[in-house]
Each structure stands twice: as C-alpha cells, then as structure tokens.
Write a protein that binds this ligand. Sequence first.
Ligand code: ZN
Length: 263
Amino acid sequence: MRKLVVVFVLREAIYSFAALVAMAVLVGLLAAETLVKVLGPATSPLTGKVIVIDPGHGGIDPGAHDGQGIKEKDIVLAIASELRVLLGRAKAIPIQTRLGDWDLSDIYPDERTRHRQDLMARVHIAHRSQADAFVSIHVNKSSSTSASGPVTFYNPNQPESKRLAAALQRRLRELQPETAGWIMPGDFYILRESKVPTAIVEVGFISNPEEKKLLLTGEYRQKLAQAIFEGLCDFFKGSPLPPSPGRASPHQVPMKSWVNIFP
Ligand SMILES: [Zn+2]
C-alpha cells in the first residue's frame, strides 16, 4: 500500500513537472515571437554587415535644387536617415557619412578643392570602416521636365559594384515601373576611387514637378529607403550579376532607350 502511494505521488510529481516544462517552453516561444516582432529577426542577410550610407552634398553644397528652396542635400539626408534606422533594426552596422547639414571637406584637409576633399572624405569613411557596401544617395536634375524615376550608377570595372547597383535598382524600379531607368556605368569620383562595392543611387528628378512633389513627402522617402534596404538584402543574399547590355554606352542614347538588363 505504502509502495503504491509512493508510486502515485511520484507519478503525479512527474506529470506536474512535465506540465511545468511544457508551460515554460510555450511561454518562452511566445516571448521569443514577441521579441522578434519588436527587435527584428535574430539574423538577417544584413547581420554584421558594415554599410556606409552617404547622403550626398551638405553644408554650402546644396546639390540639385529647384531655385525655390527645395534642395537635394535635405531630401537625401532624410532618406539616408530612414535607411539607417532600417539597417540598424536588421542588425547591420550602418555608418552614415553625415548626420546633419554639413559637408565633409574639413575631415582630410589638403591642397585640393573643397569639393574634392568632401568626396575624398566619403570614400575614406568607406575604406576605413572596411564597408561591405557603400551607397551614395542623390537626387537627379534634367533640362527636360519629363525625365523621371530612379537610376543607379556603378563602376563598370568592378563586378560587385554592378551587382550592388542592379540589386538596388531592381527594388527601386518597383516604385515607378513605367519611368525608372536601369543601371548605368558612371565615371564619378566616388565610383572610381572606392575599393568596396559601391553604387550611386539617384532616387528621382527634382526637375520633374510630379516627382518633386513625391520626393517632398515622408511617405515616398520611406518607400525609397525601404527599396534600398531590400536591395541591400538581395545583394547580401547573393543576387546575380546582370548580363552586360551588349550595346553602346547608355550615355549615348536617350533615357527612355536605356537597356533593360533584366529581361
Ligand atoms: Zn548629387
């Protein structure tokens, strides 16, 4: 009889313990799910990736402007700051070349012009941080008010630059499938001098009245930041190098004729 009682008590204890463990596991899973919702996934393609975000221009250099107070430097700073938040949530290590309205020409002063020093400093930041990707954000301007849509430039001598530009432009195109251009080889200081995968994103045309309106809304800036963010995810997941267009430089043909490199 005594033996039976002991067995019964033991069995009850084991059941209770098992129930407790099950409860603890359930609570743990629920807590983990909530944490993932709040803090983002434990790992993402961007985890630990050093990404330099470069809002172009700043300070005395407004970049493209409409002559009525709307300046490229302010638009790109807002988009870059949104992107920095998204990258931080995804466990990347975002480094923003400027956080306010200034230029970087006094970081590495030498004999050269202010503009050249400013660009050198941005490339230095990418090199010294051993960035995994370097994205310079700009706003476009054209003599034609009809030109519109995002365009991304790459260094034609660096396959990783081209792969990055393609990944970014593919996502940016989703915002304006009818008008956005494709990637273009670019001969700009930042692209020429940077030793890390680099792309210059022209998010849209300030010279196009409709697109200017869009660029002034927080909602569209957020969409642009999200598109660049998703493009970076794709790049680090191993998005493919696009095939060469196989015809004359897009510089020589009208924008509407840019080669579709994503058939
Ligand atoms: Zn610019």
